[in-house]
Design a protein around this ligand. Structure first.
Ligand code: CA
Length: 659
């Protein structure tokens, strides 16, 4: 906008000079700064306070390799189009590109992942600049993928001492940036290393790493002083990491502007935590912060015969359904978090939203293409450089279900999110998907399934709806007799597919293990103090499983002193007893899970109470011989502090550990 105003000024002042040029460049720009795209079916809640320079970026490093593989991209009108123009037209203002020093073997065969060398970056940079977007240069300083688990130095630098390596890195950075600059590319930011968590370019100690950061930063300042220098880390969920890294960067006086984080919702904790750890860095050292990589699946289906990182099931967090709307909602939340809940948040970059299938109709056909053009994540030629990962698992695209284009290159509605977050888009609230349900069933219990599930609405609110599960003949019987095993059951709710994950778990030898029964009779209380409250409480939010647990509280000091135990009949063998407790204000405590054999406590595991919902599990392994009389339990003794000790006990299990 600034530039347009200035241009208009010039038009007024010197009516003869290049009016046409100025007007045309201005109209091109205003086209880019277009208003809201109308008619979208996406529900989008507006993100407040988004400035024009807030980075809405897309890593699109694989595009040239995909195009060589035959991929074509289209705009929303179905017209074949330069994908970088499609991105710009939909609100993307930054293109990120990774650069590997030399991703080719001795015979010139590409390692894959787009064969992203400097020439690839020049091509992408030109196309980004031509479409009014800035380039975010991502130096891995490796010949192939660098991430928290691998930071191999380029082959040519492998045997260098640190000083020599720093010099090589400095020169390489200078030369590469000069190449980009000479091509007329608008470089907005340069990152020195990719996800450099405690390792960088073959170095594993910070004293060496910092020399490399400094060398890269120096080259950036010299060649592109107008660009921002970023450092990039991952795993914000490990809450002390970023405080540690930023402290070290400060100690070594590294010259940088932006502390950037990856944020993949599946693994990287909550957005509140992300905002908190980034804000701490911003507040402590006055740095700008951003999300350098994020993505989300729009489907659980694979489209290129090479399995995906994210699909149905698994143990990852799934805060949104894997739908086009869910993908848009995830991106919207990340943008909102960085823009409004994070101190000095300057942007969000989506990772490889243009990486789609190469389009063949079989694995064999695609493999040939991946090998030839480097359009899969790794080719077999990467074996020499990365034998343990690429060498074993080379193949296609593991993130095609997280792109913003379908497998034919047509944009998904979710691509409009980068435009619509600025304005919001109101559509009717309707169900978008059915939330996965899961149950854990003891092999000894009756098998029953939930009769209601959550429908996730397009605004990400939830509604409880009836569900019908497909339990074909004999399934229940097979589950009953199938031992410890997991099952996936499909169903239907509100006309949409539903999924139930059932875990059949080992037999628990204890009765009333979760305090759900009315009759507490199996549990024996030994009360040695004078606690004010000792009883089974019905309060689901305070229970580990089910709605009930055993509750204690006392107002006076040293009055919490009791044990709760249950006698259990066991055949000779080996077993594990476990029980959980949470609570607080304990003062000096002596809390332990125990196993009593023939009247004597033979084994115990000490436990503690710390804070609300902070459950501590005690575990005791024990063996049983013929004729042994066994009891298990928990002993709780607290001096109490303040208003007295309180706590909740739940989920007592005795399981066989044999076999
Ligand atoms: Ca795939």
């Amino acid at each position: 906008m600034e530039k347009c105003k200035k241009s208009l000024w010039l038009v007024l002042l010197s009516a003869f000079l290049g009016i046409l040029t100025i007007l045309s460049s201005c109209s091109e720009r205003s086209e880019k700064r277009m208003g809201k795209i109308e008619g979208s079916s996406l529900y989008v809640s507006k993100v407040e306070n988004l400035t024009d320079d807030f980075i809405l970026g897309m890593d699109a490093s694989c595009v040239p390799a995909l195009e060589r593989s035959g991929v074509r991209y289209y705009d929303f009108d179905g017209k074949e189009q330069d994908v970088y123009k499609v991105l710009a037209d939909n609100g993307v203002n930054y293109i990120r590109v990774r650069i590997w020093n030399n991703p080719f073997d001795a015979d010139g065969n590409g390692f894959g992942g787009g064969n992203c060398d400097i020439d690839n970056a020049v091509e992408i940079g030109k196309r980004a600049t031509a479409n009014g977007m800035k380039l975010l240069v991502n130096f891995h300083y490796s010949d192939f993928w660098a991430d928290p688990s691998k930071q191999a130095a380029p082959l040519a630098w492998k045997d260098m001492e640190i000083e020599e390596k720093a010099q090589a890195l400095y020169e390489y950075t200078r030369e590469s940036l000069e190449k980009l600059k000479d091509a007329g590319i608008d470089i907005g930011m340069v990152q020195i290393g990719n996800e450099t968590n405690g390792m960088f370019c073959g170095e594993k100690i910070w004293f060496n790493m910092q020399q490399l950061f400094a060398a890269g930063s120096k080259a950036c300042r010299e060649v592109v002083p107008e660009a921002k220098v970023a450092l990039h880390f991952a795993n914000p969920e490990k809450v002390t990491n970023y405080a540690d890294y930023s402290k070290k960067l400060d100690y070594y006086k590294i010259d940088y502007d932006v502390f950037a984080s990856s944020y993949y919702p599946y693994w990287h904790g909550t957005l509140d935590n992300l905002a908190s750890v980034l804000s701490t860095v911003a507040e402590t050292y006055g740095k700008e912060v951003m999300v350098m990589e994020t993505s989300y699946a729009f489907t659980s289906d694979d489209s290129d015969f090479y399995g995906n990182t994210i699909s149905d099931g698994g143990t990852v967090d799934k805060p949104f359904p894997y739908t086009v709307q869910g993908q848009a909602n995830s991106v919207r939340e990340v943008i909102d978090t960085v823009a409004n809940k994070t101190k000095n948040g300057i942007g969000v970059v989506y990772w490889e939203g243009t990486w789609i299938s190469v389009g063949g109709t079989s694995y064999e056909e695609n493999l040939e293409t991946w090998e030839k053009y480097g359009s899969g994540w790794a080719s077999s030629f990467a074996k020499s450089y990365d034998p343990n990962d690429a060498g074993k698992y080379y193949g296609g695209n593991a993130v095609d279900n997280q792109a913003f284009f379908d497998s034919d290159g047509h944009p998904l509605e979710s691509l409009r999110i980068f435009n619509l977050v600025k304005y919001g888009n109101t559509v009717d609230i309707k169900a978008d998907a059915i939330e996965d349900a899961s149950v854990i069933i003891d092999l000894n219990d009756d098998i029953s399934f939930p009769d209601k599930v959550n429908a996730v609405m397009n605004d990400n609110s939830k509604q409880y709806v009836d569900v019908k599960w497909n339990t074909e003949d004999g399934l229940i019987e097979r589950m009953k007799n199938g031992g410890v095993k997991k099952y996936e059951i499909s169903g239907e709710a509100s006309g949409m597919p539903a999924k139930l994950y059932v875990s059949m778990v080992e037999y628990n030898y204890l009765n009333n293990w979760s305090f759900e029964d009315d009759d507490i009779g199996n549990w024996v209380l030994h009360e040695n103090g004078k606690a004010d409250e000792l009883y089974v409480e019905d309060k689901a939010t305070d229970s580990l499983t089910g709605s009930r647990h055993y509750h204690f509280w006392s107002s006076s000091k040293d009055s919490v002193d009791f044990s709760l135990e249950q006698t259990v009949v066991l055949k000779p063998g080996t077993y594990r007893f476990s029980i959980s407790i949470m609570g607080g204000d304990g003062g000096d405590t002596d809390i332990f899970a125990f196993v009593r054999k023939n009247g004597e406590i033979v084994s115990k595991d000490s436990m503690n109470i710390t804070s609300y919902l902070n459950w501590d599990e005690g575990q005791v392994e024990f063996d049983v011989a013929e004729g042994d009389e066994i009891a298990v339990g928990i002993s709780v003794k607290c001096s109490g502090s303040g208003n007295g000790a309180w706590g909740k006990i739940d989920d007592a299990m005795v399981n066989s550990t044999a076999g």
